[in-house]
Design a protein around this ligand. Structure first.
Ligand code: TXA
Ligand code: MG
Length: 324
């Protein structure tokens, strides 16, 4: 299969119309969202949904997120919707928040890997919203990477991973957020964040008015989000968390021969360190891809207070460091 590159930066209408045509025909198409690129298929077309698992090499028991273009579309994919959903939607939709609801049983079970719940989000990206609206029904869209690779933040990343395996990818430029949406489950006694993202625990607590817990990743034997049991992406290089520039200098001096990448949110205070790569949520996944492509052996990440206080970014960094 030849993967079509649809340029939505120069001709958005043509790109959106072609993407919608392919999706309606049961094909799988990559498209931009504000978080990361998604790999879309019609949620109600079971065969199309299966193509997503095949293209990504995704385990069959890892459920997908359904993307909607308006809040009222939620009733097409979910049932018995709690009031909290509408309060969260009012505050954060469209945006980087995914909410776990009861699945409308008309939606094929394969979407949720057999669970009776369903993950729903409305992306804050004009192109994504227009594609969903043009198709006229909700789209499932996991991140558009091969399983085991970081989420893509450019159309080129999608091509690098999936060229020849999907019908098309819509190029809408760089994703502005760069890491995946916050996932919150509001079906239990206390809402629980399953994956941290730009929308924080405090943001959600302020809207819902009750405390929200955060899944810590360790104490759960049976995973609540099935994806949690899979080994997380980690670059081939050894990832080390650094507390200061002094520690970085010390690490370099102990073993000067390593091919090393330094990731930092700020410039190095020493002229001896000439190359520092940027560290923030927008760049982290593309820098990990660069580290693999350029065969770095070690990645030193400077964890300043700004980085440490960014729960979502630290979550991706610690996962990359431990591979869990
Ligand atoms: O920002 C995002 O959320 C991106 C863009 C494309 O929208 N999508 C994304 O999808 O990150 P994916 O498939 O890479 O991650 C979805 C996560 C998985 O960890 C999966 O296990 C979890 O959501 N998930 C999906 N449905 C679920 C459900 N019913 N219950 C619990 N977790 C669920
Ligand atoms: Mg993913």
């Amino acid at each position: 299969m030849t993967t079509e590159l649809l340029d939505a930066l120069t001709s958005p209408e043509t790109a959106i119309a072609r993407a919608a045509e392919l999706l309606r025909a049961g094909e799988v198409v990559g498209f931009p969202t504000e978080t990361v690129y998604g790999l879309g298929a019609c949620a109600c077309n079971e065969l199309a949904v299966r193509k997503i698992y095949a293209a990504k090499g995704r385990p069959q028991d890892n459920p997908l997120i359904v993307h909607i273009a308006s809040v009222k579309e939620v009733s097409r994919v979910a049932r018995d919707i709690p009031d909290e959903f509408y309060r969260l939607a009012e505050a954060f939709f469209p945006g980087a928040l995914t909410v776990i609801l009861h699945r409308n049983l008309e939606v094929p079970a394969v979407v949720s890997a057999g669970l009776d719940t369903i993950a729903v989000r409305m992306p804050a990206h004009e192109i994504a919203l227009e594609i969903i609206a043009a198709v006229g029904e909700p789209l499932v869209a996991p991140s558009a990477n091969r399983s085991g690779k970081p989420s893509p933040t450019t159309a080129q990343h999608v091509i690098d991973d999936l060229n020849g395996r999907i019908a098309a990818v819509v190029d809408g430029g760089n994703c502005t957020i760069g890491i995946e949406s916050t996932i919150v489950n509001i079906l239990g006694d206390m809402p629980i964040i399953l994956r941290p993202g730009l929308v924080t625990k405090e943001d959600i607590e302020n809207v819902i008015g009750t405390s929200v817990s955060v899944h810590s990743g360790n104490e759960i034997i049976r995973p609540i989000a099935p994806g949690m049991k899979y080994r997380h992406y980690a670059p081939r290089a050894t990832v080390k968390l650094m507390a200061s520039w002094a520690e970085i200098v010390d690490t370099i001096q102990r073993n000067p021969r390593q091919k090393r990448m330094i990731l930092s949110p700020e410039k190095a205070p020493y002229s001896s360190i000439h190359q520092v790569y940027p560290l923030n949520s927008t760049t982290i996944y593309s820098e990990f891809r660069r580290a693999d492509a350029e065969n770095f052996q070690e990645i030193l990440i400077l964890c300043t207070d700004t980085v440490l206080n960014n729960v979502a970014l630290m979550n991706r960094i610690t996962k990359a460091a431990s591979g869990t």
